[in-house]
Structure formats: C-alpha cells, structure tokens
Design a binder for this molecule. Structure first.
Ligand code: AMP
Ligand code: TRP
Length: 334
C-alpha cells in the first residue's frame, strides 16, 4: 500500500528547539508519520543564509536531528535527514530559479521583511532565493502535503506555481503539493511577552521554554510567566494573552479541553495553575530531553542513522532530478 507523501523541515538555527517548535511542528509530524510516507529534513543549506561559526553550525545540525528523534520522529519509519547530504536539493534549486520570475520572488513577504529590517547591503542573495530552494526540497519528493506555520504558506504557494509552470512547459514531472497550515491553537507565545510568538530569536531567554532546559529551569520560567491582575484562570486571548497562552500549552500537552482545565483551577490562584502546568511541561520534556542528550553522547551513531536516511532520500530525489535534467534538455554525460 502506498501512502501519500509528506515533506517538512526546520532550520538548525539554535542549540535547542523550543516549546513552539515542539507543539507547532514536532508533535504534528510525529502523528502524521503513520498515515504518510514522511520526509523530514534539517535544512542546513537554508541556515547558511544566516552567519554562524562553522563548528557551531555542525553542532546545531546534529542537535536539531537528535531532537527530532527524541520527540518521536522515528528514523526507521520516516526519512529524517540533513538537507546538504542530498546534493539534488541545490541542483534542482538552480533549475527552478531559471523559471522563477524576479518580480515573483521579490513579492515574498518574508524576504521583504528581512531585507527591510537589515538593509540591502546586509541581505544576501541566498535569502532572496530561499523560497526556490524550499520549492526544490518539496518537489524532489513528489510531495502531497507540506505541514508548515502560516508564515511559510506563501512559499508553498510559490512551490505550487513553479510545479505547475514546469509541468505545463515540459510535461508532467512534479506532483503539486498542498500546504497544511498549523492550527491557531498550535501557536505558542513568549511567556514574558505573550503577544509575540515564542521564537529562537527572542530578546530574552526567560520567555522561551527550550526543550533541552533542565527541569527546574523550565519550572522557574513558567512560575515567572506574565499573566494579569484578574486572578481567574480563563481563556480570553484578547484580554488575557498570558493566561490564554498557558492554557493552550496545557491543552496541547495533555489533550484535555480548555473548559475542563478552567474548572479544575476555578477559585484557585495563578500560582497553583502554574505549578500544575510546570509539572505537565517537565513530565513531557523530561524523557525527550534525556533521549536527546543520550543520542548526542554518541554522535557517530547519530551520523550513521542520518547517513542511512540520506541514502534513502537521495534515491527518491535523484530520480526526480534526472527526469528534470532530461526534460529541460541538459546533455546526458556519456
Ligand atoms: P522556526 O523555529 O521559526 O524555524 O520554525 C520551525 C517550525 O516550528 C515551523 O514549522 C513553525 O511553524 C514552528 N514554530 C516556530 N515557532 C512556533 C511557535 N511559537 N508556535 C508554534 N509553532 C512554532
Ligand atoms: N522555510 C521553512 C521554515 O523556515 C523551513 C523549510 C525549508 C521547509 N524547506 C522546507 C518547510 C520544506 C517545509 C518544507 O520554517
């Protein structure tokens, strides 16, 4: 029986992933890997668009992969690999760049935001072509669905346009993928600044629950989370963003409905509620953290697993790339 294909990935841009990545991406990936033939990549080529020390870059790549596995992505069930291990990504990205309009790429809001923030001189061409590389990632695997956050939706739309354009010009080559956008209830906010998304690049560490934080550190961050002066545990995203965010975390990790959690803490203060949530988070992250650290203690074994998975990925990717090279008329090496 062949299952539909799924593709997603994350940049290795921090030593630890955070609770937003865990709830917004990893938990969903883990569940989807049963019904889909899934490919999950650590997109290290994308991360080259940001400066970093080479040794740190390598370490973040391993750490990100270890956290995928620790969170339940099974390398025997899904294909979990490092993007740069499969050469076809960079090669297809080049071909796709030649059918991408300059204006079309220039309309990508993520690029517009970044280039506006840093200025043209601090913005590299890799950031501009980033969505084309992402399209190559997805199209190489004849992907059916792409689960992503809504900030990536425009990139998946571009991917669809490029697939249709190529198919129209050269005949059926790529499957046209569908984006699956993360639910709003899967969006986690900063504990100190609960109207901003929890992010790897947050201004302070205090609002970010890192998956690899020691349990007492996670508990402390939750106890100090910003709330409000009402003193009632009740979901109201507009007026009570802090408490609402904590409720969303609670429900996402336990599967319990928000009203049932509100009832449990009715008439009790935020202290009790936070203590309860700290326990939930520590119980969830404890085993994940332990497993990630264990995997990182044996980098040779981790690298071996990633190599086996990269071979599996390359088999699929190379077949698509060979088809593309033939269709556009690149002379086959004799
Ligand atoms: P990033 O850390 O921005 O590279 O995002 C990697 C993945 O994690 C994407 O699929 C995002 O949608 C998801 N993600 C990142 N931050 C959050 C957040 N605060 N809440 C929910 N999901 C998030
Ligand atoms: N651009 C995505 C992000 O920043 C990461 C990514 C790269 C990706 N290639 C992908 C996501 C392919 C889904 C599919 O989150």
């Amino acid at each position: 029986m062949t299952r539909p294909r799924l593709y997603s990935g994350m940049q290795p841009s921090a030593d630890s992933l955070h609770l937003g990545n865990y709830i917004g991406a990893l938990l969903q990936w883990r569940d989807l890997q049963e019904a889909y033939e899934a490919f999950f990549s650590v997109v290290d080529l994308h991360a080259l668009t940001q400066p970093n020390d080479p040794a740190e870059r390598r370490e973040k790549t391993r750490r990100t992969a270890a956290q995928y596995i620790a969170a339940g992505i099974e390398p025997s069930k899904s294909t979990l690999y490092v993007q740069s291990h499969v050469r076809a990504h960079a090669e297809l990205a080049w071909v796709l760049s030649t059918i991408t309009g300059f204006g079309e790429a220039n309309r990508m809001t993520q690029f517009k935001d970044k280039s506006a923030r840093y200025g043209a001189d601090q913005t590299n061409v890799g950031l501009f072509t980033y969505p084309v590389l992402m399209a190559a990632d997805i199209l190489l695997y004849q992907t059916d669905i792409v689960p992503v956050g809504d900030d990536q939706k425009q990139h998946v739309e571009l991917t669809r346009d490029l697939a249709e354009r190529f198919n129209g010009r050269y005949g059926q080559t790529f499957r046209v993928p569908m984006p699956v956008i993360q639910k709003d209830t899967a969006r986690i906010y900063d504990l100190q600044n609960p109207t901003s998304k929890m992010s790897k690049s947050a201004a302070t560490d205090a609002g970010v629950l890192w998956m690899l934080d020691a349990p007492d550190v996670s508990a402390k961050k939750i106890m100090r989370a910003v709330t409000d002066s009402e003193g009632v545990v009740r979901y109201d995203k507009e007026n009570k963003p802090g408490v609402s965010n904590l409720l969303v975390i609670y429900t996402a990790l336990t599967g319990r409905q928000i009203p049932s959690i509100e009832d449990e803490y009715a008439g009790r203060g935020y202290g009790d509620f936070k203590k309860g949530l700290a326990e939930v988070v520590v119980n969830e992250f404890g085993p994940v953290r332990a497993r990630a650290l264990e995997l990182l203690e044996d980098p040779a074994e981790l690298d071996r697993v990633l190599a086996v998975n990269a071979d599996r990925a390359a088999e699929v990717a190379d077949a698509t790339l060979a088809d593309v090279y033939a269709k556009v008329g690149l002379l086959r090496r004799g």
